[in-house]
Design a protein around this ligand. Structure first.
Ligand code: GLN
Length: 364
């Protein structure tokens, strides 16, 4: 009797899940293969290296004294970070590296991992299946919201909030948690162009305080949205958030997404150009949580923040920007990181929506 009631609830919930995945906007016959699309991408190049270096120096000097915001406290190991740390790095799609300040200081990647694990899973499972299984729409609610799941009939909504990221981690190929973890650490290391290590102190601190993420994983499981064990998946997700990167690593990882999936330092094709395009579309819609609209309005590029103070910003075809500054706004986004991205977007002409009036008379 009880079992029957539970399976009835399951049926109703999975039917609601089904309804909550909107239909594809395209006819599959309309999909243009990468080779054809690649011949006509609408991107440009970064200004010359001396202009980029000068712009980074100016940005650093401009915001160095800005102490707005507070460091994250809800993960105990993050609360003790030096709030004054400040680093900026930009890596061009052809591999030019520019850095200023604490660009080599390592910090846990936190939510920025969501972007790169998504890219790897999108590559492994395909554009349509991650859209159906996870969703690509903004929730408009905080990154750890459970209400967003309930309001969307059990759908995690998008891969950049914790619910969607847990669902994505559960989709990572591998027979068990250990295999999935290896896939993630290998994949993120290929994005960074060097082997990444875990911060054990952050991992154990977050493991002892991640009850909310465990609850999210179980709630998703009740809606049949988890593809692996919820406890094991939360552990793998916590480990991926504890990987150590620097602002320079973030810039390299961003430059890889900006260069059709080829790491500009190692020359390795980490993911396909399609997986990059899918990932950047998701970041543009939801990379800065409930502030994503403001971010796109001001900066005009896909970006992804994390509560330890990192932000990666991607200028397709041009390069990646990595910033590190631990003081955050109320949504959990680095204050100085947002200001630097805004400044550099303007001064280097990176805003994707910018244009100038054409002098051509006829379009052909
Ligand atoms: N590990 C953090 C969490 O799951 C990541 C959050 C973030 O960076 N916004 O709560």
């Amino acid at each position: 009797m009880v079992v029957m009631a539970r399976s009835l609830i399951r049926t109703t919930q999975s039917q609601r899940c089904h309804v909550s995945s909107p239909p594809a906007l395209h006819d599959r016959r309309d999909t243009v293969p990468d080779e054809k699309a690649g011949a006509a991408v609408s991107t440009g190049r970064l200004p010359s290296p001396d202009i980029v270096t000068a712009a980074l120096d100016q940005a650093f000097a401009r915001y160095r004294a800005d102490d707005t915001g507070i460091v994250a406290h809800y993960i105990p190991a993050l609360a003790g970070v030096d709030p004054g740390l400040f680093g900026i790095a930009m890596v061009g799609a052809a591999g030019a590296v520019h850095t200023v300040g604490d660009a080599a200081v390592e910090f846990s990647i936190q939510s920025i991992s969501k972007a790169f694990v998504f890219a790897l899973v999108d590559e492994a499972l395909g554009h349509e299946s991650v859209r159906e299984r996870v969703g690509v729409n903004n929730t408009g609610l905080p990154f750890n919201s459970m209400l967003a799941i309930e309001l969307n009939a059990g759908s995690p909504s998008n891969p950049m909030v914790n619910a969607g990221a847990l669902a994505v981690t559960s989709l990572v190929p591998g027979a068990n948690g250990e295999a999935r973890w290896q896939f993630i650490v290998d994949g993120l290391s290929r994005f960074a162009g060097r082997p990444l290590d875990i911060d054990d102190a952050v991992y154990s601190s977050e493991s002892a305080s991640n009850q909310r993420n465990q609850a999210i994983a179980w709630l998703l499981d009740s809606y049949d949205r988890m593809s692996a064990d919820p406890v094991e998946t939360t552990d793998v997700y916590t480990r991926q958030c504890s990987l150590l990167v620097s602002a320079t690593d973030l810039a390299v990882m961003g430059a890889t997404l900006a260069a059709g999936g080829v790491n500009p330092l190692t020359g390795e094709q980490v993911v396909s150009a399609t997986a990059c395009r899918d990932t950047l579309a998701v970041l543009a819609a939801s990379g800065l949580y409930e502030r994503s609209g403001d971010w796109l309005y001001e900066i005009g590029m896909p970006g992804k923040s994390g509560v330890s103070g990192g932000i990666v910003t991607v200028s397709p075809g041009k390069g990646g920007l990595g910033t590190f500054s631990p003081r955050l706004d109320a949504a959990g986004n680095s204050v100085r990181g947002q200001r630097v991205a805004h400044y550099l977007s303007g001064i280097l002409g990176l805003n994707l929506f910018g244009s100038t009036p054409t002098t051509d008379t006829i379009d052909d």
